[in-house]
Design a protein around this ligand. Structure first.
Ligand SMILES: NC(=O)C1=CN([C@@H]2O[C@H](COP(=O)(O)OP(=O)(O)OC[C@H]3O[C@@H](n4cnc5c(N)ncnc54)[C@H](OP(=O)(O)O)[C@@H]3O)[C@@H](O)[C@H]2O)C=CC1
Ligand SMILES: CCCCCCCCCCCCCCCC(=O)[C@@H](N)CO
Length: 388
């Protein structure tokens, strides 16, 4: 790359926080980031898969680099916040690059879905990424605070609630003794151990959200969300998956705009099929008609997918694209966000204008043709209440 267009994405010496890093795209990306000289934290729920990934990635860790695994279910703000704090503790500073690769998909017909499937769908696509970017305040009682090591650089705020007026004290680092000493002055009569336990109930620290942490520490960083082709448009089988992937686009668009005020860059990866363990899993519940529509796509390997994500970051694309079909969909669905390349985008736009409606008409026709078979299956299952 010529010196005048040096990429803003420079993983060497940086800390990469990769959710979903035990499998598929996240694991491939963790390997690539280590190869480029970064220290890496990978997160997922299943500790066994994480340990296997750690074994695989270990040979890539050179002196000066670190690799951490964290087992956490990132569908809640509390666990997302605690996980991020563990990474900050381990690396000694806030990660510069946050990759939200975690996500899951269980395509099925609406008539076969439960309300829980929809809830899990949104939690497992939207919240699993949104909380990491914006983990809410996670109140920690003082007792937990005391168990933290004293060299953490995490910024924290202590709230003292039951003195005449609510008092807030800010600290640049978590040093439990210093915090205890300073807060005690504000709480009348806390001198004995007994009183400290009493203070435990009234003292809370609020750890800040990832983005707020990055802003307040003036970290020049990036937050990357992973959406999908199915975050631009959707079709049969994806009622529980697409809403969250569309929502991520809304979140990323609003954040991109607001982060123009700060040093944090936002990107969103709109990938089509990835031939990952997750893909094998989703195909187990995927209806035949959904598979038929997807024949128009050629899934790529997680390694290729990671390479194309890195290429997009090097080109500083806001919406990063890995497949031609997604690029065509981008041109009809991107709203007012920045494009990628004026000339290429113009030609893509020329093709997508008539091409996308034609594809949709063909797809609708395929679905209507599948109707007889689907109805027959539902009759066999005794689904219909009338016209049995
Ligand atoms: N495969 C595809 O065709 C496409 C995938 N995508 C998106 O790309 C991303 C990566 O996909 P892919 O490589 O296929 O994924 P995989 O299913 O192979 O891996 C998903 C990773 O996310 C982790 N994960 C899932 N849920 C949670 C959770 N609640 N908390 C913490 N970790 C979690 C998984 O670990 P564990 O289960 O142990 O928690 C695993 O490490 C996803 O966001 C997916 O939606 C986008 C387009 C196409
Ligand atoms: C002129 C326009 C032509 C458009 C042709 C489109 C062909 C069909 C592409 C379907 C791609 C589906 C990817 C799903 C990825 C995903 O997110 C899931 N695997 C997760 O469950």
């Amino acid at each position: 790359m010529p010196f005048w267009s040096k990429s803003k994405f420079q993983p060497g010496g940086k800390i990469c926080y990769i959710t979903g890093g035990s499998s598929g795209l996240g694991k491939a990306l963790a390997g690539d980031m280590l190869k480029q000289g970064a220290s890496v934290t990978i997160l997922a729920r299943d500790i066994k898969k994480l340990q296997e990934a750690e074994e695989e990635l270990k040979p890539l860790v050179l002196p000066g680099q670190k690799l951490q695994i964290i087992s956490a279910d990132l569908m809640s703000s509390k666990t997302s916040s605690e996980a991020l704090d563990q990474a900050i503790e381990f690396h000694g500073r806030i990660p510069e690059y946050i990759f939200n690769c975690a996500g899951f998909s269980q395509p099925r017909f609406l008539v076969d879905s439960t309300p829980e499937d929809w809830q899990k769908g949104l939690d497992g696509t939207y919240w699993v990424q949104a909380w990491t970017a914006f983990v809410g305040s996670s109140p920690l009682p003082l007792l937990n605070l005391l168990s933290l090591s004293s060299d953490s650089n995490t910024h924290c705020t202590v709230h003292i609630r039951n003195i005449p007026k609510h008092t807030q004290l800010s600290f640049d680092r978590i040093d439990p003794l210093e915090i205890l000493h300073k807060t005690r002055k504000h709480v009348p009569g806390t001198t004995s151990v007994q009183d400290e336990l009493y203070a435990e109930e009234i003292l809370m620290i609020d750890n800040q959200a990832a983005i707020k942490k990055m802003i307040s520490h003036r970290v020049k960083g990036k937050i990357i969300f992973v959406s999908s082709f199915l975050g631009y448009t959707s079709f049969v089988g994806y009622t529980s998956y697409s809403p969250g992937k569309y929502a991520l686009r809304g979140l990323a668009d609003a954040l991109r705009s607001e982060m123009l005020l700060h040093n944090v860059d936002i990107h969103i990866y709109m990938s089509a099929g990835i031939d990952s363990p997750g893909f094998v899993e989703e195909n187990k519940t995927k209806p035949e008609i959904t598979k038929k529509i997807e024949e128009g796509d050629s899934p790529i390997s997680p390694e290729e997918c990671s390479r194309l994500l890195i290429r997009g970051l090097n080109k500083n694309h806001y919406q990063i694209i890995s497949h031609l079909v997604t690029d065509l969909m981008r041109m009809t669905s991107k709203g007012a966000v920045p494009g990628n390349n004026v000339v290429v985008d113009f030609f893509l736009w020329l093709i997508s204008g008539p091409g996308v409606p034609v594809w949709r008409m063909i797809t609708d026709w395929q679905i209507r043709r599948a109707r007889v078979g689907v109805e027959r299956d539902l009759v066999v299952k005794g689904f219909y209440e009338v016209g049995k």
